[in-house]
Design a protein around this ligand. Structure first.
Ligand SMILES: [Zn+2]
Length: 144
């Protein structure tokens, strides 16, 4: 699943899937599946690793060729008795991927971005305290 591997930080340990086939009310074949597992993603808040657990379900009408009527339903082509499962499962996972994965609220924080000087600018001393010191100095001089 090359497209999925581009979206994750490491090769997933395992992805489990189950596929069942049945016929719908009108007798047409359909494929029902579920995929579950964990994908290692990057939290978009703290930029650390995030284990994203998923359990996604899908259902497709099974058609013999691209021209077959699907009535707007999602469909997979069964060609020569075979269905390419890999790309289908990969598509489902890519669709289920969160746009901006983040850890649970409160579980992490935005990392502090160091400022150019390394530290925030020092608080400027109160200009009036310098004036007050000056005035007391003059006062002392005047009194002497
Ligand atoms: Zn996080």
């Amino acid at each position: 699943m090359p497209r999925l591997l581009e979206a994750v930080t490491a090769t997933p340990d395992a992805i489990a899937y189950r596929i069942e086939f049945a016929r719908d009310a009108s007798g047409r074949p359909r494929m029902i599946g579920c995929v579950e597992g964990m994908l290692p993603l990057i939290c978009q808040r703290c930029l650390e690793k995030l284990d994203w657990y998923f359990d996604t379900r899908f259902e497709f009408l099974v058609i013999g060729n691209e021209q077959e009527e699907t009535n707007g339903r999602d469909a997979v082509v069964c060609s020569g008795g075979r269905i390419e499962l890999g790309p289908i499962i990969e598509d489902e996972l890519l669709l289920a991927l969160p746009n901006a994965p983040v850890h649970a609220h409160g579980a992490c924080e935005v990392p502090a971005i160091p400022t150019a000087g390394g530290q925030p600018p020092p608080r400027r001393s109160n200009p009036f305290s310098a004036l007050r010191a000056l005035r007391s100095y003059h006062g002392r001089e005047r009194s002497s």
